[in-house]
Design a protein around this ligand. Structure first.
Ligand SMILES: CC(C)(COP(=O)(O)OP(=O)(O)OC[C@H]1O[C@@H](n2cnc3c(N)ncnc32)[C@H](O)[C@@H]1OP(=O)(O)O)[C@@H](O)C(=O)NCCC(=O)NCCS
Length: 112
């Protein structure tokens, strides 16, 4: 079992998210669609996914040589985020997100 955690300040993302290239470089099409649908709260949802990528990266075996953009998330019909590695569902990794107006946090646990 391996665990990873990351915390980010929303403020840092407000500027970055004005850069369309940054968004398209870091986030998957599904992530962009989901976060953008949250309108004025979009920044929280983007920022927590960035934290999530870092948390997953910390939780998984470093020998897999993954980069942050290999990791993405899709929410289930219940709203629970699920982890994808290089576009494939990675059921051995669990992720949890929480966010408010100032801060986001993500925790990942990998059973491998
Ligand atoms: C799901 C819920 C717990 C989210 O809590 P919140 O304090 O509103 O918001 P947080 O910022 O902590 O968490 C939001 C994240 O929860 C995650 N989430 C939503 N539904 C989820 C579910 N069914 N399972 C796991 N995670 C879920 C999502 O990742 C969401 O972020 P995202 O939209 O960017 O993906 C809450 O909205 C809810 O529906 N509660 C139902 C009432 C209840 O039973 N509460 C528990 C009492 S013990």
């Amino acid at each position: 079992m391996n665990i990873g955690i990351d915390i980010e300040e929303i403020k840092r993302f407000q500027k970055l998210l004005k850069d369309k290239n940054f968004i398209e470089l870091v986030f998957s099409r599904d992530e962009i669609e989901y976060c953008s649908s949250k309108k004025k709260n979009a920044v929280q949802h983007f920022a927590v996914r960035f934290a999530g990528k870092e948390a997953v990266w910390k939780a998984i075996n470093k020998s897999k040589k993954l980069v942050i953009t290999d990791i993405s998330f899709k929410n289930s019909v219940l709203g629970k985020p699920e982890v994808y590695i290089k576009g494939k569902k990675a059921s051995y990794i669990d992720i949890s997100f929480s966010h408010n107006k100032t801060t986001v946090v993500a925790v990942a646990v990998s059973s491998k």
